[in-house]
Design a protein around this ligand. Structure first.
Ligand SMILES: Cc1cc2nc3c(=O)[nH]c(=O)nc-3n(C[C@H](O)[C@H](O)[C@H](O)COP(=O)(O)O)c2cc1C
Length: 375
């Protein structure tokens, strides 16, 4: 196991690289391949449109989650406090970064627990890496992680690519499914599995559902690339970070795969950059969308007004999109007509998904549970 100081240094390096370098995927998340069929006669007033959802036992004002980023350092604690205040004000969800640092060094707990103080009512998501799970974190540690932020749900992140190219990476993944099965039975909160940029395919989603996981954050390709971050961190001769910069299942394709094969809750994270993207993610099968990188800069600078403007813009764009598709609420949005073309359509067709259904306002959800309710 890394020395706690090393974990902290690495976390700060990640944040600084994300702010100073372009670490976005070169390929896209696929949102440009999804187009709404405009509804010329929406038959609703703009003011009637509601963005509210219920997710993991919490009511959110909009289906948006500030995705896991940080904690474990003094600066990380400040960023978490900022993001938690924003999440509480806008009644959206918030995830914290990996809490491994707080298990290794108890003095770092405050940098995570600040989230429960600043966001006492809204949805909070605890976070730990799969390698920690495999390497021995038991129920005691996991309960500690959950209670630290009074989390409604525990996210277990998968980051095999990042671990494989990090010099100090922890590549112990054997037995992860079995460990997930054990913990889903043993802990009190639901478990969500979260990729961090490579996406989740339908075959693995099915296994995760069988293991008792309740939700998947697809963490697809198209947004922040961890391989790119590692490239700038190491600049190694082997150039592994560069080679794998664009590796992964794009967010839109992954969202459709997971939603079409399971009845799990789906969070679409990875390259979500506008309220229109949030709407598209929901229209292709997500229950909510996660956004990380765009929130980092205002949080790092402590520019609360900028954080507020960003969130207001996301919410407004989502609301306008819903109005223009005649969607009174998020359930309507889930069955609105969308055309999926280009690379995403090709991908999905090859993976056995009938994309034509979306164009007619139907959905390829054989298991039915994720299917939007009929009005
Ligand atoms: C600085 C930074 C740190 C992150 N740390 C974590 C982490 O500790 N745990 C995790 O599950 N995801 C972590 N992520 C991944 C994000 O939650 C998200 O899945 C990813 O950045 C894609 O979203 P984006 O394109 O909106 O940035 C981190 C992202 C950033 C930018």
């Amino acid at each position: 196991m890394d020395h706690p100081t090393k974990t902290k240094e690495r976390k700060m390096e990640h944040i600084e690289i994300c702010l100073r370098k372009n670490v976005q995927f070169l390929k896209s998340a696929g949102f440009e391949d999804v187009e709404f069929v405009h509804c010329a006669i929406p038959d609703i007033n703009f003011d009637e449109v509601t963005l509210e959802i219920n997710l993991f036992g919490k009511r959110l004002k909009a289906p948006i989650i500030i995705a896991a980023m940080t904690g474990g350092t003094r600066k990380g604690g400040e960023i978490n406090a900022f993001l938690a205040s924003l999440a509480e004000e806008f009644e959206i969800g918030i995830g914290v970064g990996s809490q491994r640092a707080a298990i290794e060094d108890a003095s770092m707990r405050e940098t995570f627990s600040v989230v429960r103080k600043k966001a006492p009512t809204t949805l909070k998501i605890a976070n730990i890496g799969a390698p920690q799970l495999v390497k021995g974190y038991g129920v005691k540690e996991l309960e500690e992680i959950v209670s630290m932020v009074e989390a409604d749900i525990l996210a277990v992140h998968l980051n095999s690519l990042q671990e494989a190219i990090q010099p100090e990476g922890e590549t112990t993944f054997r037995g992860v499914l079995n460990r997930l099965k054990q913990i889903t039975e043993a802990i009190d909160v639901p478990v969500m599995v979260k990729e961090t940029g490579c996406g989740v395919a339908l075959e693995e989603a099915i296994l995760l559902e069988e293991a008792g996981v309740k939700a998947i954050d697809v963490g697809g390709a198209g947004g922040t690339s961890w391989s790119a971050v590692e490239h700038f961190r190491r600049r190694s001769k082997d150039q592994l970070g560069k080679t794998f910069w664009d590796w992964g299942i794009p967010t839109v394709a992954s969202t459709v795969e997971v939603a079409s094969a399971t009845s799990l809750k789906v969070v679409a994270t990875g390259g979500v950059r506008s309220g229109v993207h949030v709407a598209k993610a929901i229209a292709v099968g997500a229950n909510a969308a996660g956004i990380a990188h765009p929130f980092l800069e205002p949080a790092y600078r402590g520019d609360y007004q900028k954080g507020r403007s960003l969130t207001e813009k996301l919410v407004r764009e989502l609301k306008v999109t819903m109005f223009l598709t005649g969607s009174r609420n998020v359930d309507d949005l889930k069955r609105t007509r969308v055309i999926i073309t280009g690379r995403t359509a090709e991908w999905l067709r090859l993976r056995g998904v009938d994309v034509a259904l979306f164009a007619r306002g139907e959905r390829p959800y054989p298991k039915g549970l994720n299917k939007p309710k009929a009005s």
